[in-house]
Ligand binder design. Sequence first.
Ligand SMILES: CC(C)(COP(=O)(O)OP(=O)(O)OC[C@H]1O[C@@H](n2cnc3c(N)ncnc32)[C@H](O)[C@@H]1OP(=O)(O)O)[C@@H](O)C(=O)NCCC(=O)NCCSC(=O)CC(=O)O
Length: 272
Amino acid sequence: MPEVSFLEVATSWPFSHELSKKHIAQTQWPAFWISMAYVVVIFGIKAAMVNRKPFDLTGPLNYWNAALAIFSTAGSVFTSFGLLHEFVTRGFFESYIHIGDFYNGFSGFFTWLFVLSKVAEFGDTLFIVLRKKPLMFLHWYHHVLTMNYAFMSFEANLGFNTWITWMNFSVHSIMYGYYMLRSFGVKVPAWIARNITTMQILQFVITHFILFHVGYLAMTGQSVDSTTGYYWFCLLMEISYVVLFGNFYYQSYIKGGGKKFNAEKKTDKKAE
Ligand SMILES: CC(C)(COP(=O)(O)OP(=O)(O)OC[C@H]1O[C@@H](n2cnc3c(N)ncnc32)[C@H](O)[C@@H]1OP(=O)(O)O)[C@@H](O)C(=O)NCCC(=O)NCCSC(=O)CC(=O)O
């Protein structure tokens, strides 16, 4: 199979879903090995930083978060149009049962970039370890698994990936907006962080409903655009995210008044 370059896909017009699939198919294994190297590198840096002062990376972090916030917002807008087109032309349920035009045109272009951006998002963790901020299991586990799911499942033309892409872009536009404000030094109230965590959990819960519906249709012998392997990969991944983010929510906002709310009270007192 001839190699397909990034530029070839990026400049294909109208956007070619088939070409983007070839591109992701040929990069999915390098991406897998990058994700393994990522784990080694972040823990290596974490260990190397033990006796060093944290780097002040405020400037680069501002640009990083701003870029990801802009990219996610653009992705959210274009995939919203893509999904809306599916609702109007094929109906609400069909938008996740079978694939239509979503992977073509601008929404297809951004979905392809979405997959690739999952490798770029590893950069978040570099900032965490170099700035000596706490590295949560949830964080690196989520980054590794989401990236591999996005790359591996792209070839399978899954109906429900349209919704997953759109929801994740939309939540990330707000999440990176939040991180951007934080790195700019803006004091964002804990209730806003709580609402963002709620939105993250909500996207995983909605995906559960979609998967249950698709699973029910498949079990009753109806046609769905899914495969058994990727269906279970997706379902188990989503279950683990609900558990981990649910626990994060409990620790941050509920247990003993909530870590984030308590930290906020402390800084408010100091400021008085
Ligand atoms: C409200 C949240 C978005 C963020 O909660 P956090 O506890 O991480 O947030 P926080 O306010 O305490 O910020 C932690 C510190 O990280 C800095 N920080 C800045 N930019 C960052 C970036 N791009 N990635 C990670 N950390 C970053 C902040 O400035 C802050 O540093 P300082 O203390 O110096 O100000 C939450 O819902 C969440 O997702 N928590 C899980 C942690 C995580 O890694 N999430 C992102 C990947 S998960 C994801 O992406 C899910 C999805 O797919 O939807």
